[in-house]
Write a protein that binds this ligand. Structure first.
Ligand SMILES: Nc1nc2c(ncn2[C@@H]2O[C@@H]3COP(=O)(O)O[C@H]4[C@@H](O)[C@H](n5cnc6c(=O)[nH]c(N)nc65)O[C@@H]4COP(=O)(O)O[C@H]3[C@H]2O)c(=O)[nH]1
Length: 885
């Protein structure tokens, strides 16, 4: 209900006001109207009164005028006339005034008439007075009568006029009276309604106000309750806010502190990443400031120990008596302080709030700290990710105990990690620097450092005439077999021990460096005479010759040493090393375990070897090689039994290069491997071609170098090439030199056995030049021995050679080996060899090595001549010609 009232209160009030004021509206309008009328009536009454007054005056004036005129006429009295005239004038004026108040056409007309009559009367009177005639008198009378008529008419008109006006006035009055009556009743009704309305309004207002009051009270109570609860909530919120502000302040402080710490951390890390070495005093000062301590220091241990080696501290001023410091720490082994040591070792922070309160087990530490005036201390190990403790950081309060906040400890942990990284990095860099200049295995200077020192020596040699140097290039002779047979670890151990021996063989100012593998170089400083150098070399050789005891075994090694002496013409260290290397190589080729002094000739040879190597590579790519075939003939029948394939290099712009000029270089550089393979493939293809051409099968011997035997899978390659050419293995003979076979006997036996198993024949070339005995060769699955040309050369003149050849042939035959005599150049040699029982002959006597087509032509020609000789012999009844040559 209240809600309803509240909602419609305004509408209700408007309705009540309408009820009250609707009836009131009419009287009000009426009142407004009558009030106009009343004023009008009052004006009318006033005007009526004025008018009445004037009318009375006019009537009096008219009466007096009439009387005066009558008197003047009657008595002919001038004075009466004048007075009448004046009266007439006054009357006229009055009439005029009256008409002004109440205009009336009739009156106006009458006034004019009266005025005219009065003037006429005056005129007549004047005439009468001057000459009284009858006519005049009659005229005056007439006129007078007219005047009287006019006055009467005037009077009448005036009377009507007056009546009219009075009636009108009365009507108006009645009208006004009726209006007044109505007005009064309206006023009364209005008053009553007003009162009722007001009462109703009052009542309603009262009702509303009561309700409103009730509602207000309720609202009030509710508001009070609300206020109360809000107050409580506000209070609580206030409290919460207060707490929050406090917390926020605390957090803000924490954040600021953390930011400060992070900033410090950033600065500290920045200091540690500077390209230049950091100033640890500034670093510590920075940390001491954030930790609010008076002293800070970083302690570093000696490598792989806990002996305090280095201390960085802040402040840097020398520690005065009574001041805390690190003086007592230097040189201390932390292991003598087990309690402290244990914490550092296990990478734990050590936060001592009060040194005096340290446990009994830390008695020693307490004594140390107290001696160094340390009251409180925070120590963090500098521990690398590789679990190595490099040292520790310390923050010290020298005056009073204090607590250490965990946030600070955490930050310092990060700092200690940064430090550990920095020191580890520095260590790694040092190691890198060391590695860049030193050999990892032997810790000797490496090529770079050696070159550096050698450059200095070259410069010094140029500047000081009395100064010279010498470089030795040393290469172990059988190091590979040590590695292969005893393993790399023993090999490494040998190199380490050798390094020590080399260092012991030279003066402290000299440099022993390892170039690679088993190659060492030695720079002998301030050495002028070559004899002196040789004495040093001999000393080195003596040292090396002594057996090495490795893995319980006695190992003997030797070295080939190249010597070069410094001179002012050397422009680079490389050139010096190169010459020493050439000399060393010369020593190797001279039979190893010796030294060789470099000379210019060696250099030229080396240069040409390099050129050849370069060209050989190109020759392989450009297919510049060709096989020539030197026939091998049966000593008994003279038939071509086979051929030796000999490589030729058709060098563009040069012509044919002999294998003697490039095969040794190819062997040195390893190019012999692809070249040898090429020769084997080419030989297989030629034989296949000949067979395809319908020729008789011929066995072709292909030269294989020692390197091929050692490094290549010769049987595998041969099998593949034979398969490629679809060739019977028995048509290929592998020719190996005696020295190649004797180099690595076990390996050679295994390879040759495999070749033999494949049905590939094996021949030993240049037999007799080496030291192998036939009995030794029994171990190899050999088919043929080729007697070296040097023996054949002297066979006719030299009895020894003849004897040797004879015994070789006899023994070979006893071992079931066939014999080929190489380099047979004349018939005598041939005859003798045939007498000695040689099986096959190769040499210029029959033919030089020939290109394939010419070789075939030779084979054909030989067969033809043999046939012809055979025919002739048959005809002559003798032996066939082939049996003799
Ligand atoms: N003065 C004289 N010399 C004669 C006579 N009969 C043959 N010769 C030469 O003696 C050499 C025989 O070849 P070698 O002893 O295997 O000696 C060969 C061989 O060791 C090597 N060689 C040739 N071709 C190859 C090859 O394909 N591979 C390998 N690894 N070495 C090859 O080159 C060496 C030289 O070959 P070449 O210059 O062709 O020289 C050939 C040949 O021309 C003669 O009656 N008098």
């Amino acid at each position: 209900m209240n809600q309803l009232l509240k909602k419609h209160a305004l509408k209700l009030i408007l309705l009540v006001l309408l009820l009250i004021f609707a009836p009131v509206a009419e009287p009000l309008v009426t009142r407004l109207w009558t009030s106009g009328r009343t004023e009008h009536l009052q004006a009318q009454v006033t005007r009526q009164a004025q008018w009445q007054e004037r009318v009375i005056q006019i009537e009096e004036l008219a009466a007096r005028l009439q009387r005066r005129f009558s008197q003047a006429i009657r008595e002919r009295d001038q004075a009466a006339l004048d007075e009448a005239v004046d009266l007439a004038r006054v009357l006229d004026a009055e009439c005029h005034a009256l008409l002004q108040i109440e205009p009336s056409d009739a009156l106006r007309e009458l006034r004019i008439q009266a005025h005219q009559v009065a003037e006429t009367q005056q005129e007549l009177f004047l005439r009468l007075r001057d000459s009284e005639t009858d006519a005049t008198a009659a005229e005056i009378r007439d006129n007078h009568a007219r005047l009287n008529q006019v006055l009467e008419a005037w009077d009448q008109a005036f009377h009507d006029y007056r009546r009219e006006r009075i009636e009108a006035f009365h009507d108006e009055l009645a009208d006004i009276g009726a209006y007044s009556m109505r007005l009064e009743s309206f006023v009364v009704a209005f008053m009553l309604r007003c009162i009722v309305g007001l009462l109703l309004l009052g009542y309603l207002l009262m009702l509303f106000s009561r309700r409103r009051e009730g509602r207000l009270q309720r609202d009030n109570r509710r508001l009070e309750d609300d206020l109360e609860s809000r107050n409580v909530a506000l209070h609580q919120a206030n409290e919460a806010l207060k707490n929050e502000i406090e917390e926020r302040n605390a957090a803000e402080w924490e954040v600021r502190k953390r930011l400060h710490m992070e900033e410090t951390l950033g600065k500290a890390s920045g200091m540690l990443t500077l390209p230049t070495a950091p100033k640890f005093e500034s670093f510590l000062e920075l940390l001491a400031e954030v930790m609010a301590v008076d002293r800070a220091f970083i302690v570093l241990f000696k490598h792989e120990s806990m002996v305090i080696e280095k201390v960085f501290e802040w402040p840097t001023r020398p520690t005065a008596a009574g001041e805390s410091g690190t003086a007592g720490l230097e040189g201390e082994d932390l292991m003598t302080y087990p309690w402290w040591y244990e914490r550092v070792r296990t990478n734990e922070p050590l936060a001592i709030e009060d040194v005096a309160a340290l446990p009994f087990s830390a008695e020693k530490e307490r004594a140390l700290f107290e001696a160094n005036h340390i009251h409180a201390m925070l120590s963090l190990p500098v521990h690398t990710v590789d679990d190595e403790t490099l040292g520790f950081m310390c923050f010290v309060d020298p005056e009073k105990p204090r607590s250490w906040q965990s946030a600070s400890i955490r930050m310092l942990f990060l700092v200690s990690e940064l430090l550990a990284n920095y020191f580890a990095r520095q260590k790694a860099e040092e190691q890198l620097r060391h590695d860049a200049f030193y050999d990892r295995l032997t810790d000797l200077p490496n090529r770079l450092l050696f070159k550096n020192r050698l450059e200095h020596a070259i410069q010094k040699c140029k500047r000081h005439h009395e100064y010279n140097f010498s470089v030795l290039f040393l290469d172990l002779d059988r190091f590979k077999s040590v590695n292969d047979t005893l393993g790399h670890l023993v090999g490494d151990q040998l190199l380490i021990e050798l390094s020590d021996r080399l260092k012991d063989s030279v003066r402290p100012g000299d440099t022993v460096a390892r170039l690679s593998g088993d190659e060492f170089v030695i720079l002998l400083e301030s050495i002028i005479e070559v004899e002196e150098v040789i004495r040093v070399v001999q000393r080195i050789e003596n040292h090396i010759q002594k057996p090495f005891m490795l893995k319980g075994k006695e190992i003997h090694i030797s070295a080939s040493i190249g010597i070069t002496q410094g001179n002012t013409e050397y422009k680079s260290a490389e050139a010096v090393i190169r010459d020493a290397d050439i000399a060393m190589y010369r020593a190797k080729t001279l039979g190893k375990a010796r030294y060789s002094v470099f000379d210019k000739h060696m250099h030229d040879k080396a240069v040409s070897a390099m050129e050849i190597e370069h060209n050989l590579r190109r020759a392989l790519e450009q297919d510049e090689f060709e096989l020539h075939f030197q026939p091998i003939l049966s000593a008994r029948t003279g038939e071509v039994s086979g051929a030796e394939a000999l490589i030729r290099w058709n060098k563009p712009g040069y012509g044919t290069v002999s294998p003697s000029d490039f095969i040794p270089i190819a062997e040195e550089t390893g190019l012999i491997l692809p070249i040898g393979e090429w020769a084997l493939r080419a030989a297989c293809r030629h034989v296949r071609g000949w067979l395809d051409a319908g020729r008789e099968p011929l066995t072709v011997s292909v030269n294989c170098s020692a390197r091929q035997l050692q490094r290549q899978d010769l049987p595998g390659i041969a099998a593949a090439l034979l398969e490629e050419a679809e060739l019977d293995a028995s048509l290929i003979k592998v020719e190996l030199t005696e020295s190649a076979v004797m180099g690595d006997v076990d390996h050679a036996i295994s390879v040759l056995n495999r070749l033999h198993a494949m049905n590939i024949k094996i021949s030993v070339d240049d037999f007799g030049t080496g030291y192998s005995s036939l009995a030794y060769l029994k171990r190899f699955p050999i088919n043929t021995l080729k007697i070296d040309r040097s023996f054949i050369n002297g066979i006719l003149e030299n009895d020894d050679d003849r004897a040797i050849i004879s015994s070789i042939i006899a023994m070979a035959h006893s071992l079931n080996l066939s014999i080929v005599a190489e380099g047979v150049e004349n018939e005598e040699q041939l005859a003798l060899l045939r007498d000695l029982g040689c099986d096959e002959i190769q040499g210029y006597f029959y033919s030089k090595p020939l290109p394939a087509d010419r070789f075939m032509a030779f084979v054909d020609a030989r067969a033809r001549s043999l046939r012809e000789a055979g025919d002739e012999a048959l005809e002559a009844g003798g032996e066939p010609a082939g049996s003799s040559n």
